[in-house]
Design a protein around this ligand. Structure first.
Ligand code: BGC
Length: 361
């Protein structure tokens, strides 16, 4: 059973040494019956946390036959702390967190460490933290795919000196910094060459989709309606921008990017309102995390091949960083084939014809 999980993690660019690590590698006294606690951040900033992460983590833990507890802090930092306290009291042997910001995340990691409980940063790196591992995607590559996607869609539309709005993720999410870094690495040369102009650039606190819509509406007003492309950090913010564009009869004319391959994002792509999304195979992220968490619980040491520099401590955190994939109209079907979304969810009545056109059968 463990081999199966490992095989999946391995395909995700993870090189594990000491594959044969078994009970005999365990220091006597260190081994604990695995009980993994996971704290997810919220259920509104992206559909992924409840529809994908919870599902795949649960499946991985059940397949491995270990005890687990997955909870969601619902964007409440106080709740995040008390969930962690309860999990520690209940005796989790490993704690996995998706922080709401580095400060409150670090407080939880420190508390766990004080109790001898190893931790994993899942998806978001806790700056200044002390997690044993960081499991995520190559987040600069995510942003680069978004930047390249926007350029591709603007080029296809024949846009001349397009004015770009950058609708960034939460200022307290290290991933948002990395997404922006990747996106700007593609767009800045265009701004510098005066091929594109930067019309607006703002983060959206807490990735709040509703606030993202308000911010985008202000951007559009301030630009006198002249925004030709939107670098939106995820599908939720992309959809918020699309809703505003719709009100102004600009949807479909102004390319918008996204991330997470949510049902809504994919449907927006099928309709032509969204240029692209970035698919991150969360199953691989969950499998790799479960594998490492179980090893930590057993007192085993696994070596992973990548590291991520914590910009606050300067330390290299052992990491598993998976590859993201750009999704356009023509390969929406890949996400369905991979089982991330089902045809039934995606191809409802309003989208049936578009699904057929996109080769989703
Ligand atoms: C994740 C994205 C998600 C965003 C909002 C980021 O840290 O990497 O997948 O869309 O948070 O929840």
């Amino acid at each position: 059973m463990r081999k199966g999980i490992l095989a999946v993690a391995m395909t995700g660019l993870m090189a594990v040494s000491g594959l044969a690590a078994c009970a005999e590698d365990t220091e006597p006294g260190d081994a604990k019956t695995p009980f993994i606690g996971v704290i997810l951040p919220d259920s509104k900033s992206s559909a992924r946390w409840e529809t994908a992460d919870r599902k795949y983590l649960k499946e991985a833990f059940e397949k491995a036959g270990v005890k687990y507890d997955i909870q969601n802090a619902q964007d409440d930092k106080t709740a995040f702390q008390s969930i962690a306290d309860q999990m520690i009291t209940k005796g989790v042997t490993v704690l996995v967190i998706v922080n709401l910001d580095s400060g409150t995340g670090k407080a939880v990691l420190d508390k766990a460490a004080a109790q001898g409980i190893p931790t994993i940063d899942y998806d978001r790196l806790t700056l200044g933290g002390n997690a044993k591992y960081y499991v995520s995607f190559d987040n600069v590559a995510v942003g680069r795919l978004q930047g390249e996607g926007l350029v591709k869609c603007l080029t296809e539309k024949g846009a001349k000196t397009p004015a770009i709005a950058q609708l960034n993720g939460s200022p307290t999410d290290n991933n948002a910094t990395l997404f922006k870094e990747g996106g700007v690495s593609v767009l800045k040369p265009k701004y510098d060459a005066k091929e594109y102009t930067l019309a607006a650039d703002q983060p959206v606190p807490g990735w709040d989709n509703a606030q993202g819509g308000v911010i985008f509406e202000q951007m559009l007003t301030q630009a006198n309606g002249k925004i030709d492309g939107v670098l939106a950090a995820n599908d939720g913010l992309g959809n918020a921008a699309i809703s505003v564009l719709k009100k102004n009869k600009l949807n479909g004319k102004v390319p918008v990017t996204g991330q997470d391959a949510t049902v809504q994002g994919l449907q927006n792509i099928l309709l032509g309102d969204q240029c692209m999304t970035v698919y991150k195979a969360v199953k691989k992220e969950a499998d790799a995390t479960a594998e490492l968490a179980i090893a930590l619980a057993k007192g085993e040491t696994k070596t992973v091949s990548q590291t991520t520099k914590d910009s606050e401590t300067g330390k290299d955190v052992p990491s598993v960083l998976l590859e993201p994939q750009a999704i356009y109209f023509n390969n929406v079907k890949d996400v369905v084939t991979d089982g991330y979304v089902t045809k039934a969810e995606l191809c409802t009545a309003d989208f049936a014809a578009k699904c057929t056109e996109a080769g989703i059968s």
